[in-house]
Design a protein around this ligand. Structure first.
Ligand code: BES
Ligand code: ZN
Length: 622
């Protein structure tokens, strides 16, 4: 009997020890997640240090007729020891019911704020493990674009703060979670997400997804359409609609080389596969770095692989942004500036320095122009560290974060030498993988690990870059002989010294053609650009960057022969980077009537909310 009792006691103790070890580990992990240093995010209601969502199970049904998604989002949560609520961000969502550990829960929806939405606050105890939210989206949900046509297409754009319009979430880049999803769609379509993806359609229209690496909500993505998959390398492939799949396969066939080059620079790729989805032309951006599946505009399909630097950019985000993530949108340059730098390095490694320096020249020109513009409007917006409180974080998407950020890193590289800088960046990504970074922490890290002497610290003028206006005096100088030759050609062609036939147009790369067209001065006449178009048929060119630069000149010089092409372009393409300068050019040259007619009567219904928000402001209805 005693022996039996002792045995039972020993067994109980043993199992207790085993069990408590695991729960100690788990609670330590949750505590660490809760305690993570996070800056206050002015664009989210969530309070991750009170209670944080760590995993999402998303079960959704996509209805094209009603233009809604009905779903249940079930979150696993971790809370601090006195937590009594968990707060999610929502906007334009119909909340139907909430469960707390499986039984009906009580919740409150706070007042709605412009573009931020409302807090969804759910009552919990510190022991609550699971929250379920059943809801549906509204037809006008800002993240979505429902594209009609011969076959329907739906895609989301979550960055910066639109994830909350299709999934209730702690919509702050400092909160990371893993997710699984089960999505039901019309059975002739395929669903894809920023996760492990199918490569074939199935006839049930039900798709399952798994994202085992924790990601922030702005990287949640969904696309539904009639798409096919083609592999282009061991870890790489493309998805596109049947009409574009051959062209996409050709255009992006070098993706595996880009991936290998990127790994060679800054360490192993963390996301297993890198695929690219070609979206409808209405996609408001060039590209979006959704993990495992970059979303891209079809306007980079030029037929000659000349626009792949965009893929290099989105791929680079797999480190800068997706692994080491900006803490709030004020730190956006930590995502984009690093990514432009990394993009340039990939381009240099794969295509050589001559090409990457031409790209750097274009980026520098864009930066100088935009700095001038912003200095007139709001000089503080030229700081690398942004001030987006009470503003739409979209306002931060300027050349400052991208190209001033790039120039800052390039200056650092030139100051310490490439080898030292590469080692520094590689370690930086490795040490902070799956964590957030803010500007102050980056500066401390840099001062400790890179700028190790007072001389180095002084020579970089870090404060001027981060919290100062314009471009500091130590901004690198970018030189490209080929671009200089184009600049000479612009001058002599404008004055008539160089004839149109003697231009080297046919041999120029897209970067040279773009430089030429964006630098034509006021003195260039309509006759001259008519001659140029007659000689080289620019308004039917396949490279959309060159076409865009041409169309802007056509507007400014009144080349009415190009207006049909202009209208088709504006009606079909929803990429904001092209739309803004074109509509603005019409406005600035007394052609506002044409702008309003195209925009309101023909084009606006095709655009995503990201684009209409900007265009509505640029083109107010009388
Ligand atoms: N992550 C950005 C797109 C973005 C930024 C969307 C902020 C919403 C808010 C993406 O990586 C990007 O920078 N795209 C650029 C292309 C790039 C080559 C500069 C674009 O779309 O123009
Ligand atoms: Zn980017």
């Amino acid at each position: 009997m005693r022996l039996f009792n002792t045995l039972v006691l020993a067994l109980t103790l043993l199992s207790l020890i085993g069990c408590s070890n695991e729960s100690i580990n788990n609670s330590k992990k949750s505590q660490a997640i809760l305690d993570m240093k996070r800056a206050t995010d002015h664009h989210s209601f969530s309070k991750p240090n009170e209670s944080i969502a760590t995993h999402l199970e998303w079960d959704a049904n996509v209805d094209f007729d009603k233009r809604t998604v009905s779903a249940t989002a079930t979150y696993s949560i971790s809370s601090s020891k006195d937590a009594d609520r968990i707060i999610f961000d929502i906007r334009e969502l119909n909340i139907e019911s909430v469960t707390v550990d499986g039984t009906e829960g009580s919740y409150e929806i706070g007042a709605e704020m412009p573009f931020i939405g409302s807090p969804l606050s759910i009552n919990i105890t510190p022991e609550t493990k699971e929250i379920g939210i059943t809801y549906s989206t509204q037809p006008g949900a800002d993240a979505f674009l429902w594209v009609e046509g011969s076959s329907p297409f739906l895609f989301t754009q979550s960055q910066a703060i639109l994830a909350r319009t299709w999934i209730p979430c702690q919509d702050s880049p400092g909160v990371r979670f893993t997710y699984n999803a089960r999505v039901t769609v019309p059975n002739n379509l395929m669903a894809l997400m920023s996760a492990e993806n199918p490569t074939d359609k199935n006839n049930l229209g039900v798709y399952e997804f798994k994202m085992d690496q924790p990601i922030p909500s702005y990287l949640l993505a969904l696309a539904v359409g009639d798409v096919e998959f083609r592999s282009v390398g061991e870890h790489t492939g493309v998805y596109a609609t049947p009409d574009l799949i051959d062209a996409a396969e050709y255009e992006f066939s070098e993706m595996e080389d880009l991936l290998v080059a990127a790994e060679g620079l800054y360490g192993k790729y963390s996301w297993e596969r890198y695929d690219l989805l070609v979206l409808p032309a209405a996609f408001p951006f060039g590209g979006m770095e959704n993990p495992r599946l970059t979303f891209a505009t079809p306007t980079i399909i030029a037929g000659d692989r000349s626009l792949v630097s965009l893929v290099a950019h989105e791929l680079a985000h797999s480190w800068s942004g997706n692994l080491v993530t900006n803490s709030t949108w004020d730190d956006f340059w930590l995502n984009e500036g690093f990514t432009v730098y990394f993009e340039q390095r990939i381009m240099e490694a794969v295509y050589g320095r001559e090409i990457s320096e031409m790209l750097a020249c274009l980026s520098y020109q864009g930066l100088v122009d935009e700095v001038d513009e912003i200095m007139d409007l709001n000089p503080n917006d030229t700081h690398l560290r942004l001030h987006l409180k009470d503003r739409n974080p979209d306002d931060g998407m300027t050349a400052i974060a991208y190209d001033k950020g790039y120039m800052f890193l390039r200056m650092l590289e030139e100051t310490v030498g490439r080898e030292t800088f590469d080692q520094f960046l590689k370690t930086y990504f490795d040490k902070h993988a799956f964590q957030v970074m803010d500007t102050d922490n980056f500066i401390s890290y840099m001062n400790e690990n890179l700028l190790v002497s007072d001389d180095l610290k002084a020579s970089t003028k870090t404060e001027e870059w981060i919290d100062g206006k314009g471009l500091p005096s130590n901004c690198p100088i970018v030189k490209s002989e080929r671009i200089e030759n184009v600049d000479k050609a612009v001058k002599s062609w404008s004055t008539g010294e160089l004839s149109t036939e003697d231009l080297d147009w046919e041999n120029w790369l897209y970067q040279e053609r773009y430089r030429f067209l964006t630098n034509l001065g006021e003195d260039v006449t309509l006759d001259q650009i008519t001659e140029l178009n007659n000689a080289y048929s620019i308004n039917s060119i396949g490279n959309n960057e060159v076409l865009f630069a041409w169309l802007e000149q056509a507007i400014r010089k009144n080349h009415t022969d190009s207006y049909e092409r202009l209208e088709t372009f504006l009606v079909n393409v929803g990429r904001r980077k092209f739309l803004t300068p074109l509509y603005r050019a019409m406005k600035e040259t007394g052609q506002i009537e044409m702008a309003l007619d195209i925009y309101y009567n023909k084009a606006r219904k095709n655009y995503h909310s990201v684009a209409t928000a900007t265009m509505d402001e640029l083109l107010p209805k009388e």
